[in-house]
Each structure stands twice: as C-alpha cells, then as structure tokens.
Design a protein around this ligand. Structure first.
Ligand SMILES: [Zn+2]
Length: 74
C-alpha cells in the first residue's frame, strides 16, 4: 500500500486537464504549416530557375540557414 507524506485531508484537489478543441487549433495549425512551407521554400529553393524574386538578395539573406539545414548551395 502506498503511503503519502501529506494526509489525505490536506491534499489539494488536482485540477482537471483543460480541453482544447481541434476546431480551435486547426486554423493555427494550417497557418503554421503554410508559414513553414514558405520559409522552407525561401531558404531552400529560392535561387536560379525556381527564383520568384529578382536578384540574389533572398539567397544571400538565407545563405547560412541554407547551409545549416543541408540544402545544396554551391
Ligand atoms: Zn552556400
């Protein structure tokens, strides 16, 4: 039988876990996935033939992240 250092009369009731409905989380999850996809594109594929922006400023701005994440660069 388990014994507690706190007598049963003095133990505080444990709070019930808060429920988070999927309906409330889903829009934020979709937004996070879309934002992550844009960031991964900008870091990993924004150069050369797949470039959406003129010049190389996006490539240069994300250059260290590209190497950190292992995308091919140069
Ligand atoms: Zn590089």
């Amino acid at each position: 039988m388990a014994q507690s250092a706190i007598p049963a009369q003095q133990a505080e009731p444990r709070p019930a876990p808060m429920r988070v409905p999927v309906r409330d989380v889903l829009p934020w999850a979709v937004f996070a996935v879309a934002l992550a996809a844009v960031l991964i594109y900008l870091v990993g594929a924004e150069q050369g033939a797949t470039s959406l922006f003129g010049g190389t400023w996006v490539h240069e701005f994300t250059h260290d992240g590209r190497h950190l994440l292992g995308f091919p660069c140069h």
